[in-house]
Write a protein that binds this ligand. Structure first.
Ligand code: SF4
Ligand code: MG
Length: 311
């Protein structure tokens, strides 16, 4: 079926200015239709850059990102427009993604106009109403403005707007981290139901392990621009092998004691980039050669890859 495959090698400089340390390095994974790959990591680990690359909002300096076998970095402007109708982003802050001067209906219709310009006025407002219903809101919300809605409702509107173009892939970057935990659960359930009903694929980026666990089929753990471990969800949460993954799991708040949105952990001061294990400065198990030799990613069980000299 349709597969997005991302290779980013040897280094990526997506902001268009030279950096001595690559933001992402040696990233390789595939995403299938209907699948959710969780991308978890600390602030600054490169998660958002990965999402931006998949949407071609940033361009890598090396490597390939294939969608349906086509390299998205080699698309013509027309090809890029067509590609953009297949993917959408859901942002952390729904307040910023909705224009406060437009009614909710106008915001959603704007997305429809770009991709379904053939629709007449009646069909268009019917489609807006249907999209609002699909995300659990009343079609009458179309005439109201964003400030009249709660954070969770605004995120539903953001999702309706994303669905307007009938995307195949959604990049959700911290889609629920600005919401209260009780509201998070509702939005995650909605996103899961939509995925299953519409066959959507998600790149689900979050720093909160509980949220990633709830949503993902597979999880990739990013540390300083590398995937240090990738596995099926249950393998990752019960049989994690990489010292960094284990540290994250040990630090994660337990279910039931988690009342506030988790804050991102600060990133350790960067060491010399691109050499040795990216985690060596913080690893309690490090060996003398860990700082010198880059640990290759090894498959230790079906679908379970780890990059650590000890594993
Ligand atoms: Fe720790 Fe070495 Fe493994 Fe890196 S390669 S995680 S420093 S033991
Ligand atoms: Mg980010």
């Amino acid at each position: 079926d349709r597969v997005t495959k991302a290779y980013a090698r040897p280094s990526l400089m997506p902001w268009g200015r030279p950096r001595s340390t690559p933001i992402l390095h040696g990233i390789s994974f595939a995403l299938a239709r209907g699948e959710t790959l969780g991308i978890v990591g600390e602030s600054g680990s490169g998660k958002s850059t990965l999402g931006r690359l998949a949407l071609r909002l940033s361009t890598p300096t090396g490597g390939r990102i294939l969608y349906d076998g086509q390299d998205i970095n080699a698309l013509t402007p027309a090809g890029l427009r067509a590609y953009r109708t297949k993917m959408q982003m859901i942002f952390q802050d729904p307040h910023n993604s909705l224009d406060p001067s437009l009614t909710v209906g106008m915001s959603i219709a704007e997305a429809l106009d770009i991709h379904r310009s053939e629709l007449g006025a009646t069909e268009r407002s019917e489609r807006v109403g249907a999209l609002l219903s699909q995300v659990g809101l009343s079609p009458t919300c179309a005439t109201r403005r964003p400030h009249e809605f709660s954070g969770g409702q605004k995120q539903r509107i953001g999702i309706a707007r994303a669905l307007a173009v009938e995307p195949e892939l959604i990049v959700a970057d911290e889609a629920v981290s600005a919401l209260d935990v009780s509201v998070q659960a509702h939005i995650l359930n909605l996103m899961r139901d939509l995925r299953d009903a519409l066959g959507l694929s998600y790149l689900f980026i979050a720093h909160d392990l509980a949220v990633v666990r709830r949503m993902s089929h597979r999880v990739a753990v990013l540390y300083r621009g590398r995937i240090v471990e990738m596995a099926d969800r249950d393998d990752l949460f019960t049989r994690a092998q990489h010292p960094y993954t284990r540290m994250l799991l040990a630090a994660a708040p337990r279910r039931g004691t988690h009342h506030a949105p988790a804050t991102e952990m600060p990133l350790a001061a960067p060491g010399p980039g691109g050499q040795g294990c990216p985690f060596h400065a913080r690893c309690t198990l490090r060996q003398p050669h860990c700082a010198e030799v880059d640990p290759p990613s090894r498959t230790i069980a079906p679908g379970h890859e780890v990059a650590c000299h000890l594993v």
